[in-house]
Ligand binder design. Sequence first.
Ligand code: XIL
Length: 369
Amino acid sequence: MPTRRSLLGLFALSGTAGAFATPSFAGLLRASFVDDQSAPLRAIAAQRGIVYGSAVGSYELRDPEFAASLAREAGILVAEYEMKRGVIEEVRGRYDFSGIDTLMAFAQAHGMAFRAHTLVWHHRNPGWLDAAVLAERDPALQTGYIDAVMRHCKGRIKSWDVVNEAISPEDGRSDNLRNTLWLQAFGPGYIDAAFHAARAADPTAQLVYNDWGCENSGDKHDRFRAATLDFLERALARGVPIDGLGLQGHLQAFGPPIDQKKLRDFLSKVQQMGLKILITEHDVDDSGGPSDIATRDQAVANASRRFLEVVLDNSATEAVLTWGLSDRFLKPSGWRETLTGYSPRALPLDADMQRTPMWHAMARVLATG
Ligand code: XIL
């Protein structure tokens, strides 16, 4: 006879809790998850219609303790680096999908969804690409890649970061676009072309514009939020098939706290455009503060909680992914950290696969809003 917990977990894991939740049942679900810390994040998230997951590299799956934790906690995966063009098309015209095929097989074996990151970016491209794009200025160098990768993954990936980090008000353009090789070669229309090519390659896929800079507080991020809204409004008005906005969610535990009101207002405007909202790369950098672990962990948890409270309060939000699940694979960010032996604590599980205060903060916000 299944227990209440196993039943709740079953519904939540299958992501059908929402379909089954009546007011009393929903209350039962939430009460159970708030006080039942054994429930994994994927189950807690699913009971309110959110999918939670993590970025991962196939090398991490060779660590059995990590693989077991990932299978327990994550309901969706994204490739941390193996879907960068520099990995997939290191040699022009020769595609290596082995890394993402390994990751997609793991996701399928554990009932997880999979999202793709990223088709068009200005970093982590193969060494031959920049010169070829700028010399040949052949749009097929962008759209042909999009078509090839999406056709390979068709039926296995439902959400794609089509264009990543194309906005940079600091570059001084009136359209606030980043002055990348793509812009230099093809003009601002490269973004439209990328999304139209993606829609043609897989009409059923969710197409996402992904960026960072809208989450944090300060004048620079106020400008970034305004530029992002302007970009999205203009693109949608041109008929560019953008279905969602991806906010990377890289936060600073000891930086200026996010302005919850400004973030809430920004997300409301995004929702009013009819876009879905996804948190695609959430982590909290805990460098630059006191050295004791408890203080760092609490600051990380608070930053994540304050961010997710706002994000999850918007009904357009449908996914939260952390940029890794465990600190085990994180490395110090700079020479000072390396010298001091600092080891980052930025994710829901620590290096020993133990749930951190960030895990508990995420669990509480996911369970209770
Ligand atoms: C980084 C990954 O963490 C690295 O492993 C990879 O080599 C390069 O990309 N913004 C992004 C992510 O959109 O793709 C970046 O991830 C981090 C910043």
